[in-house]
Design a binder for this molecule. Structure first.
Ligand code: HEC
Ligand SMILES: [Ca+2]
Ligand SMILES: [Ca+2]
Length: 504
């Protein structure tokens, strides 16, 4: 009897395992619609959810589901494997209009709380932004606690919510269309704010009794912490200078006196009296940067230590390479331009899959959007590289430079060193592959500030550019160090400032 029972049990086990295998959720088998080809990884792109209405924020939940806000006032979750959706909350107080509605959300990693912000109206019909804490259970959000209310407007209400590594609630607010709010320490608008999870103000905030953490922001649309605990924020500029900033305690980020770098005369004067932190990266023409997330999973080695940024205006995914210290952006690669429309929100699963949500059903859809399936949540997940990938897509552009640096190069350097950096043999040295350009930054800055002469038979000389501001020298230096075949770490405004003092 025993002799038969053991193999029988084994057969039974195998049979049960087989049944489970065939009945397993088929989410992973969602069709790969396109393949993003990185240097060695291939990422299959699949649609996880369709028919959503402007999913403004997506978060990976404690139940391995994707929790998402929809602008008009709901919070739901979706199982990324089965595609099953569940409504958690319909918030009747939400005031929806153009860029207003339920916006940011963050799930606390250890306490059972979700922090959400939305716009609502007072009885006198003035708009306010409200940060609310809900307690979550398996299938609902309950016990709303209003953490903070700040003045709102018909635009520039931000915003995002994040949880800091020390468990505080970080909320970015817009300037509510009044630029003067942003530097004003008495106004909660145009700020990054920091609160305890019960809504009280942490004792170690930079201004006692004030939720202010940093100021001088116009309209922050993305917040993310790196694994070193550095906070980065994406921000919409006005007609120019969209930014990503490395947010530091008590920092002033320029708006409205300074857009992007302090490069105009009025900005330089302002910066002399009002010390400010320049952006980690600025974009002119603007790209409308939105959600960001930090990537460091092993699943996609090419994206180690990067910020993944979705953009609205340019409808693209930007991969921003951070330096090892995680205090500056040293590279940018653009993917998927125009393919899925406006990319609003982005999150990463513990396995290292990337999820992105589109915003094609809001007031300002993109070219050719919305399509019937919008809005969508998409997954980028590593797959085996095959000889015949489905709809292979490469990077759209690989630019590491600041476009401002390119413009400055064009006006001051291109006539001699040429647009392709190859120079003119015997007369103007090639900067592409040049030892000085790729070498110690101080020596390079010295050549730019002081010029160079006497080494060429042709007698051609390099004029001195000491009249350029430190900000301009920073941009040109970073541009030539990261253009053509060059790829060297970026230097900061402060570096140039320091070098100029040392260079005689
Ligand atoms: C009028 C022409 C001219 C312009 C404009 C010019 N350069 Fe030069 N540059 C030269 C010449 C000529 C040399 C080489 C001089 C020498 O070796 O004596 C040179 C050398 C350099 C070098 C050192 C490379 C080497 O191998 O010696 C760098 C770096 C450089 N230029 C950067 C720039 C930048 C950046 C700009 C714009 C801000 C610029 N140059 C504008 C003519 C120019
Ligand atoms: Ca700024
Ligand atoms: Ca500027």
């Amino acid at each position: 009897m025993k002799r038969i029972a053991v193999p029988l049990l084994l057969v039974l086990c195998v049979a049960i395992a087989a049944i489970f295998y065939f009945l397993r959720p088929k989410g992973r088998q969602l069709p790969v619609e396109a393949t993003l080809m990185l240097k060695s990884s291939s990422l299959g792109i699949t649609t996880v959810a369709t028919g959503l209405h402007v999913p403004w924020e997506i978060c990976w939940g404690p139940d391995n589901q994707i929790w998402f806000t929809e602008q008009r006032g709901t919070i739901s979750k979706i199982d990324p494997v089965t595609g099953k959706k569940k409504l958690l909350l319909l918030e009747p107080e939400v005031y929806l209009k153009r860029t207003l509605g339920i916006l940011g959300m963050a799930i606390h990693p250890t306490a059972p709380f979700v922090f959400v912000d939305y716009t609502t109206r007072r009885p006198d019909s003035s708009v306010i932004s409200r940060l609310v804490r809900y307690t979550y259970t398996a299938d609902t959000l309950k016990d709303p606690l209003v953490m903070l209310e700040v003045p709102g407007a018909t635009g520039h209400n931000g915003s995002r919510v994040a949880i800091s590594p020390d468990g505080k609630v970080i909320w970015s607010t817009g300037d509510a269309t009044r630029g003067a709010n942003a530097p004003d320490t008495a106004s909660p608008n145009g700020k990054v704010l920091r609160l305890n999870i019960d809504g009280s103000i942490p004792a170690d905030n930079p201004y006692p009794g004030n939720p202010l953490w940093s100021r001088g922001h116009r309209n922050i649309q993305g917040l993310a912490y790196t694994d070193k605990g550095h906070l980065f924020a994406s921000e919409h500029g006005d007609a120019m200078d969209d930014e990503v900033n490395y947010i530091r305690k008590g920092g002033f980020y320029g708006w409205p006196g300074i857009e992007g770098y302090a490069d105009r005369d009025d900005e330089k004067r302002y910066a002399d009296t009002f010390p400010f932190i320049h952006p980690a990266k600025a974009w002119t023409p603007t790209i409308a940067p939105a959600g960001i997330t930090y990537y460091h999973a092993a699943a996609i080695p090419e994206w180690q230590n990067t910020l993944l940024l979705g953009t609205l205006k340019t409808a693209s995914l930007r991969v921003l390479q951070l330096n090892a210290a995680q205090d500056s952006i040293i590279g940018e690669t653009t993917y998927l331009t125009g393919i899925y429309g406006r990319l609003r929100a982005i999150c990463v699963s513990p396995a290292g899959d990337v999820y992105m949500a589109t915003s094609n059903r809001d007031w300002n859809p993109g070219k050719g959007f919305p399509i019937a399936e919008d809005d969508r949540i998409l997954r980028l997940s590593p797959i085996a590289r095959t000889a015949d990938p489905v709809k292979p897509l490469g990077p759209d552009t690989l630019t590491v430079s600041l476009s401002k640096g390119q413009a400055l190069y064009k006006s001051y350097c291109e006539a001699c060193h040429k647009a392709d950096g190859k120079g003119v043999e015997g007369s103007f040295p090639a900067l592409d592959g040049n030892k000085i350009v790729n070498g110690k930054p101080q020596a390079l800055v010295a050549v730019i500030l002081k010029g160079k002469s006497g080494t060429l038979k042709s007698g051609e000389q390099m004029p001195a550019f000491s009249f350029l501001s430190d900000a301009d020298v920073t941009s040109i230096t970073n541009y030539i160090r990261n253009s053509w075949g060059n790829q060297v770490y970026e230097i900061s405004f402060e570096d140039v400032e320091r070098f100029r003092k040392k260079i005689k």
